[in-house]
Design a protein around this ligand. Structure first.
Ligand SMILES: [Zn+2]
Length: 422
């Protein structure tokens, strides 16, 4: 029996990922996220929750989970995800509601309902349901992230979610090989770019941080609470930076969740030890103190939209002895992107030139171009490959290049497109 794959969102774009698998008997939803760079979040195309047998959630980031509670306003589909993903999603969704609540069509009770209907899965575990079976593999992106292998009817569909085959300090690298499949739905965030050597990047970051701090400056590192901020503090400590590190935002709760689910971390003991050496910040008096002493401040929001990083920005940006180090992807139309492109920020409605040193360090938790090509090359059988989660022009170009380089059929579908796997 054929399977339909419908791209509800996240195709030819980064944000609001949502993919629907249908085979005439059942419907399975893969992720249901929101946009993260718009002030008013957008959702994928609507689906009827009552028609969905199960939702598979690849990982906790809001561009994959942000619209999920909406499906529990009037429905109760089963949610399959790792324990770390469920707990981290809940944390992020509650915060999302706090920040963007005016625009969101759900409430706290719908987030609670989502957790109630969740079934926790482990890596390599096999789940058998009435109309489909599935196994899950480590995706190497953030704690709890998974690649899903879904058998629906006689077809096998692999959904990578966001994945990373390069090892990091926080999580083990993704499983490099997936079983033979009829279709692969994979991310393409970095189709245009090879990541620089990770060890060299780590060495450079620590060297630059030491330079600034030893000269009496403050280094602001805007970073997401889930994933990146933890990776950065691991790098700083493991490479011998022993100065002050302040960690702000939900990174603390996120760390506690990760420690309670140690099987999703590379080395939980090391992580715990690093956490003990950190100065946690959750009060304004502490924030005001932190900007006055030499050290590193790691704070959300990762793209400088909202969060305590905005306060720190105001205090750190206008002195040349300070530095702002960008360690994550900056989407278009975000203050972080503007900072990189124009070396200026908008504060209280006024655009101001930044005096602090601005540098970027590539600590991506996504595959780079080389790894994406390698992954496609290693695919067994003759699967159709569908790219999602990337900028439109890049994905279209890469689909063609990857087809030529690997001999597989690679496509860059658009939102609303429906493909049939025979
Ligand atoms: Zn992600």
């Amino acid at each position: 029996m054929e399977v339909n794959i419908k791209f509800l969102g996240g195709a030819l774009e980064v944000g609001k990922e949502g993919i629907l698998l249908t085979n005439g008997i059942t419907k399975i939803l893969l992720d249901y996220g929101s946009t993260v760079s718009d002030e008013k979040p957008k959702f994928p195309e609507h689906v009827r929750p009552s028609e969905i047998e199960a939702i598979i959630l690849s990982h906790a980031h809001l561009d994959h989970s942000g619209a999920l509670p909406y499906l529990y306003v009037s429905g109760a589909p089963e949610l399959l995800a790792t324990q770390a993903t469920i707990k981290l999603s809940k944390l992020l969704l509650k915060d999302f509601l706090k920040i963007s609540g005016d625009y969101l069509p759900y409430e706290t009770k719908d987030i609670e309902a989502l957790e109630k209907h969740a079934h926790c899965v482990e890596y390599k575990e096999r789940i058998v349901r009435k109309n489909f079976e599935a196994t899950f593999l480590n995706a190497g992106h953030i704690p709890g992230s998974m690649i899903s292998v879904i058998e629906i009817g006689s077809k096998t569909i692999v959904f990578t979610g966001d994945f990373n085959t390069i090892p990091t300090r926080l999580v083990k690298e993704a499983e490099p090989n997936v079983p033979p499949a009829d279709a692969i739905i994979m991310e393409g965030t970095y189709t245009e770019k090879d990541h620089p050597d990770r060890n060299e990047m780590e060495r450079l970051l620590v060297e630059e941080v030491k330079n600034v701090v030893e000269s009496g400056g403050v280094v602001l590192i805007p970073a997401f609470s889930v994933g990146r901020s933890h990776e950065i503090i691991m790098v700083l400590r493991e490479l011998g930076y022993d100065g002050e590190i302040h960690l702000d935002g939900m990174a603390r709760e996120a760390a506690e969740i990760s420690l309670k689910n140690p099987s999703f971390l590379k080395d939980a003991k090391k992580f715990e030890k690093v956490l003990e050496s950190i100065n946690w910040i959750d009060r304004w008096s502490e924030r005001r103190k932190a900007v006055k002493m030499p050290g590193v401040i790691v704070s959300p929001a990762g793209m400088l939209r909202g969060g305590a990083a905005v306060f720190y920005m105001e205090k750190v940006a206008f002195s040349s002895k300070n530095a702002i180090f960008i360690v994550s992807y900056q989407a278009n139309n975000t203050p972080g992107r503007m900072l990189l492109d124009t070396k200026s920020v908008v504060l209280h409605g006024k655009r101001k030139k930044v005096e602090a040193e601005i540098k970027t360090f590539d600590f991506s938790s996504h595959c780079g171009r080389k790894e994406l090509i390698e992954f496609i090359k290693n695919l067994k059988g003759e699967p159709k490959v569908f790219l999602v989660h990337g900028e439109a022009e890049n994905l279209k170009k890469f689909a063609q290049e990857a087809s030529e380089k690997t001999g597989h059929q690679v496509f860059a579908p658009a939102n609303g497109e429906n493909v049939v796997i025979h």
